[in-house]
Design a protein around this ligand. Structure first.
Ligand SMILES: *[C@@H]1O[C@H](CO)[C@@H](O)[C@H](O)[C@H]1NC(C)=O
Length: 435
């Protein structure tokens, strides 16, 4: 999952040329232009039956929102579901509010990637809107029988000191644990070495802690399917948390170094052994300062659709936190609910053409070139549009809008969580007005 996310920074390299995906739920309403007879059977399956079934499953599982959304009046003006491409093109650079003023008091973690430099600018410009900044800089790797922490060459000290002059956001670089996990988890020496490398880097570079991503790797290696290794994995995270907490920040001696841990949403509503579940949340909550919850990538090239359906976000939070009670109140503030600032351009009909993750600038050029009609998808709480490319191949584009982001920010407030944004260089400027 992390690998996919990383590629997302360079969508042009992520083009999927030969994919024929089933249609989105809306597609079943449209006529298709398939002409070859032998394709008709496939066509019916892909474009009618599968979408029809997925609507049913989707509505059944996540409920349907039939309530019409009224415009929300905010300081930057009304936020609506009924928008057109022209409004987005003219308004996206218009940041109406005070760039230092926050609209929410919960924690806001922003990811920044070195391959998309706009994120560095946004972090400076909207500095006071963030409480945690996580530049995606490090990998902890196996190196023969030992371990190395790679990525210091990415660290930009000038940028860090500018940020620190302007605001108080904690700087917690992300580290991906690439190291071969069974070695790491079974050998105490390796475990200690890994922890030491990370703590030492924080001290030497004067970071406020780290964001660690390892769960998806461990799941991929099968580590989490083995109960003993799974326990070792949890133990490793706890030990790392305690090691970081035992060190005072160089900048602010009253503050300990922090650990934010990245977790993915469960793969289905029946929790699997390799899923990060409520018991894990509970078990780690004493050693981890925050959980960056990746509530996005719900859809993919093989099942085009919304990136982060709101009902699915609710389902995930309910699963992790329980529906009510003290537990939720205690644990919710540690969760950084994931919000995507990227979108997807999916191919819906057979043919060639680019498809994959898109950034704000890609979205704007699609709007300019195709002047599409934007539609609001009630169930997911996302905007999308359909267009035909130069080869007459049909695409569906899902990209965040003011309304979709606003609804997710409010959702976080409702649950008492914070938010995390992947990643701030991929959005449109006026999104930051809402934070
Ligand atoms: C913007 O917000 C900050 C923080 O609340 C405040 O200190 C500053 O005076 C505001 N600036 C303007 C121009 O209102």
């Amino acid at each position: 999952m992390a690998r996919r996310r990383e590629r997302r920074g360079e969508p042009s390299q992520d083009r999927r040329k030969d994919r024929v995906g089933p249609a989105t739920r809306e597609e079943k309403l449209n006529d298709s232009d398939a002409s070859e007879r032998k394709l008709i059977g496939i066509f019916i399956l892909f474009f009618i039956i599968i979408p029809a079934v997925s609507v049913l499953v989707y509505v059944y599982k996540y409920g349907s929102g039939t309530k019409r959304l009224e415009p929300v009046i905010t300081e930057r003006g009304p936020i609506k579901t009924d928008i057109n491409f022209q409004e987005i093109l003219t308004e996206n650079t218009n940041v109406a509010g005070n760039e230092s003023q926050r609209n929410y008091d919960y924690p806001v973690l922003a990811y920044i990637t070195p391959w998309n430099s706009k994120g560095y600018e946004m972090a400076k410009r909207f500095n006071s809107k963030f409480t945690h900044l996580s530049p995606v800089w490090y990998d902890l790797k196996s190196h023969g029988n030992s371990l190395i922490l790679e990525g210091r060459h990415n660290a930009d000290k000038g940028w860090i000191s500018e940020l620190r002059m302007r605001g108080n956001a904690l700087i917690l670089p992300r580290i991906v644990l690439e190291a071969f996990p069974t070695e790491l988890l079974k050998k105490k020496k390796q475990m200690d070495k890994a922890i030491d490398l990370m703590v030492t880097e924080c001290k030497e570079m004067e970071y406020d802690g780290i964001v660690l991503e390892s769960w998806s790797r461990w799941a991929a290696y099968g580590v989490l399917h083995n109960p003993d290794l799974r326990n070792m994995a949890l133990k490793f995270i706890k030990q790392l948390g305690h090691a970081l907490h035992s060190v005072a920040s160089t900048r602010n001696p009253k503050q300990q170094l922090q650990l934010v841990y990245v977790v993915g949403p469960p793969h289905s509503d029946a929790l699997q052994q390799h899923d990060f579940g409520p018991a894990d949340l509970q078990s780690l909550s004493g050693s981890v300062d925050g959980f960056s919850l990746m509530t996005y990538d719900f859809s993919g090239p093989n099942n085009p659709g919304p990136n982060a359906p709101l009902n699915w976000i609710r389902f995930t939070l309910r699963l992790l936190l329980g529906s009510t009670g003290n537990n939720a109140q205690r644990l919710a503030p540690k969760i950084f609910l994931g919000i995507n600032f990227y979108g997807n351009d999916f191919i819906l009909s057979e043919g060639s053409g680019g498809a994959g993750a898109i950034l704000g600038r890609d979205y704007l050029s699609l709007l300019e070139n195709h002047r599409p009609q934007l539609q609001w998808e009630k169930n997911s709480g996302e905007h999308f549009f359909v267009y035909f490319d130069d080869n007459n191949v049909r695409h569906a584009v899902f990209y965040p809008s003011l309304m979709s982001i606003y609804m997710r920010l409010e959702e976080a407030r409702f649950w008492g969580t914070g938010i995390s944004i992947w990643e701030i260089g991929q959005g449109l400027d006026y999104f930051f007005d809402l934070l």
